[in-house]
Each structure stands twice: as C-alpha cells, then as structure tokens.
Design a protein around this ligand. Structure first.
Ligand SMILES: Cc1ncc(COP(=O)(O)O)c(C=O)c1O
Length: 446
C-alpha cells in the first residue's frame, strides 16, 4: 500500500462540490427533507437519533457510487482513489474540528475503536514500565459501558488503578461536575501515585448531559495529569467541537451519529505532542509503523465507503440554513421545547438545565410506571416499541437513601432534522395512556 497521495481531489464517487462558500438562494424544503429520509419506517416515532444516527438518501447514493467504483475495478480504485479519498475526508474533518494539521486526524470505524487505540497505548505505558503499577486512570461514572470495559481490559489488567468520578443526577450546574472531578483527581494522586490518563465524555450517553470538557481539560493540565482523552461519540453535528479550544490530547467523535454519515465512521484526533507518544491501530496491517492516520486508512480489505462520503455529507448539510451550525441550533431549541412539553404533560422535570443539553434531553417519567431496575427500562423500551411504535431509550436512576417519591426513570429524547412534533406527541400520549391504564413495569413479563 503506497502512503497517502497528496491532495488529488478528482473524486468521481462524489459530487464533491461543497456549496459551503456559495451564497444560498433557497434552502432544503420540508418535502425534500422527507424524501431524503423516506427509507425511515413512517409508522415509527423515531426520537432516538442518539443511539444510531441517520443517513439521508443523497449520502447513501454517494456511498453506493463509491462501492460500485470499487467493485467495478478494485485494483484501480485501490491504487488511485482510496487513499486520496480518505485524505480528502480527513482534510474536511480537520477544518470542521479546527485541528492544526491533517496528520492529527485519523479516520476509524467508531468511538469504540478510538477508545481501544488510546487505551492500548495506556496499557503499554504499564507493561513497558513507563508507568508505575497503581498509577491511575480517571473516568466518569457515566462513561459509556463499552469504554468502561475497554479501560478494564487494557488498563486494569496492566496494573492501572481506575477511579470513577461520581456525578449526581439530575444535575443542576457544571459546578457539581467540576467539584466531583477535582475530588477524583485528588484521590488519583494520593500516596504519590500519578494520574496517567483522564477519560472524559463530552456528551454522556446515559444519563445524557453535556460535560464542561474545556474546563476539565484545563484542570487536568493544572493537576499534572499526563494525558486527556475525550470520548465525544455524540459531539460532531451536536455540540461545539473545536480541538484548539478544548485542548485535549485525544478526542474522538462518531460521524454516523449526528453528522449524517452511514455507519461506520469516526475521527480520532491526536494532538501533535513533543512527547512523541506512539499510537497504533489495534488491527495491524502492513501499514504498521507509518503513523496512526495511515495505519487506520488500511486495516485490510473491507468496505471503506463510509469514510469517503464526507464531501457528500457536507453538500447535504449545506442545503440547510446555517449549514451544520444552523441544524445544531434548531435541534437544540426544538428538543428543549419538546422536553419541556413532555415534562409538563407528565408533571415531571428535565434531567438538567437546557444549557447543559445539546440535541438530546432527559425527562423524568411518571413515578407510577414503577421503573425499579435496568431490566425494567429495557422492558418498557421494548413495550413502547412494540405496542406504541415509539423508539426511545430509558434510564434507571436508583433512589438515594431516604428519598421519598423520587423519579426513578428518565427517557432520553433526540431531535434531528427529520423529526416532527407528532413524534413527541405520540410518545406523550403513549405514556399518558400507560398511566391512565394503571400500568406498571411489574406487569411486563421478563
Ligand atoms: C459516550 C459514548 N461513547 C462511545 C460510544 C460508542 O459508539 P460506537 O458504538 O459508534 O463505537 C457511544 C455510543 O452511543 C457513546 O454514547
């Protein structure tokens, strides 16, 4: 495999003419949006963009063109188009995330892979005796399950000590997060140990809240934490993503959640560092040793088309007023409005103030639904899907000691461009019906 060719953007798999700089005469219409997402099941209220994202038809068509380009003449595609196309996508991502250099941007499958890359490197720190046994890795209690397992697999096993930052929920302010985070770093540094890595979510998955990452990264620097990895699986297309401003060493975001890419594609940003830390893709190919971006651009024969459609995605988002910034802003405003409407209808509250939300919001569910375990949340979620055609994830919040009549169940709603207000009314009415029927989770079989 030759190393990446330089900018050769004759990318026939894609229209590749971004309208971003051109003045817009007219924006995408509601019926054009409906056509772009006409492959969605029209009977389902799909208010869970957060879990799996969505991909419009024009991007799927671009993907299909790339796939055919490959299959029509694989050798030609491999030698002349693949690397140029991936480099072009990396360059566009660099601009979107305000990174200094395209070498800092690798494209990987997903945030799970990005976490493995960073944590594998932490494991080598222990196994190659750069770190002392018992040195710490700090993560949020609400870190994503797969990332927690990855920390266990790579760090705990190598002799690292893992410290979780407990966070209250519902949350009222960033101060609550900052206070707990500082306490966890103190714990990590106890007995002369060092904190080798902090793993910080940008938007936690469940419960969902936007974390003040910039502030936490700054605290890490002040407290001498070696490296900071931001797991921002949800962030690009959903909240502010600026590498120079945030200042983390490593930062990953999926593009298949909120940036309309087909599965699977994520970027992993690795800040150029004088320490010259070496990261490697866990899937080793003959590109091993050529730098993470090049290693990641060839992990064996497979479908690379999701990595090649970033230009088509930008064409799509630039059909909306304000481009991706406009989409983000409207998603935020609408999801907050819908969240407040639901909280009012059910007599509950939001899980955090609107300014701590992006395009997803947590809302308390009526206590009478009797959500008393994680199993209940899954059962209720399935019931909502099967009986009411509503797709929404649910969170179990164990009651704290001494709490009476607290809410134990919260739902997480999303808003994306394809959603309609009726999606949220359908959900509201489904819960209202369950309440008026005297339903409780105990009535659902396992
Ligand atoms: C915070 C967080 N990290 C990591 C992931 C994993 O993303 P993926 O399954 O695309 O690897 C998710 C998925 O929802 C997430 O919410």
């Amino acid at each position: 495999m030759a190393s990446s060719p330089d900018h050769n953007h004759t990318l026939n798999g894609d229209s590749n003419t971004h309208a971003s700089k051109k003045p817009k005469l007219s924006f995408i219409t509601p019926s054009e949006i409906a056509a772009e997402f006409s492959h969605h099941d029209p009977t389902v209220a799909r208010i869970n963009n957060g879990s799996f994202g969505s991909c419009p038809d024009s991007v799927l068509q671009a993907q299909r063109r790339w796939q055919l380009k490959y299959l029509s003449q694989p050798d030609h595609f491999y030698f002349n188009h693949l690397q140029a196309g991936i480099l072009h996508s990396r360059t566009l991502i660099r601009d979107l995330i305000n990174a200094d250099h395209v070498d800092e941007v690798s494209i990987v499958d997903n945030a799970t892979t990005a976490a493995a890359i960073v944590l594998q490197q932490a494991a080598w720190g222990f196994s190659e005796s750069k770190f002392e046994q018992g040195d710490a890795v700090v993560m949020l209690h609400y870190a994503y399950g797969a990332v927690k397992k990855s920390i266990e697999a790579y760090v705990t096993r190598a002799g690292g000590h893992v410290i979780e930052v407990p966070l209250p929920f519902p949350l009222n302010s960033n101060d609550e997060i900052v206070t707990e985070f500082k306490k966890a770093l103190e714990k990590g540094k106890a007995n002369g140990r060092r904190v080798r890595l902090a793993v910080i979510d940008h938007i936690t998955s469940m419960p969902c809240v936007v974390i003040p990452v910039k502030e936490l990264v700054k605290i890490c620097r002040e407290e001498g934490v070696d490296q900071v990895f931001v797991d921002a699986a949800h962030s690009i297309g959903c909240t502010e993503v600026d590498m120079k401003d945030i200042g983390a060493d490593y930062y990953t975001s999926n593009l298949h959640k909120w940036l309309f890419c087909p599965p699977s594609i994520a970027f992993l940003y690795c800040r150029k560092s004088p320490k010259g830390v070496e990261l490697h893709h866990p899937v080793v190919s003959h590109e091993y040793g050529n730098g993470l971006a090049i290693e990641s651009a060839w992990i064996g024969t497979r479908d690379y088309s999701p990595q090649l459609v970033v230009p088509a995605v930008l064409d799509f988002v630039n059909r909306f007023e304000g481009g991706i910034e406009g989409i983000k802003k409207r998603n935020h405003e609408t999801v907050v409005e819908m969240g407040q409407m639901l909280a009012k209808a059910w007599g509950t509250h939001l899980g955090c103030p609107p300014e701590m939300c992006a395009s997803m919001v947590m809302i308390g569910l009526p206590a009478c639904l009797g959500i008393s375990s994680e199993k209940d949340t899954l059962k209720l979620r399935t019931h909502l899907r099967e009986k009411f055609a509503v797709e929404v994830p649910i969170y179990f919040r164990p009651p704290k000691n001494g709490e009476v009549e607290s809410l134990t169940g919260y739902c997480r709603i999303s808003h994306q461009v394809y959603n309609k207000v009726d999606d949220y009314y359908k959900f509201r009415d489904a819960i209202n019906q369950l309440v008026s029927d005297g339903f409780t989770c105990a009535l659902l079989s396992n």
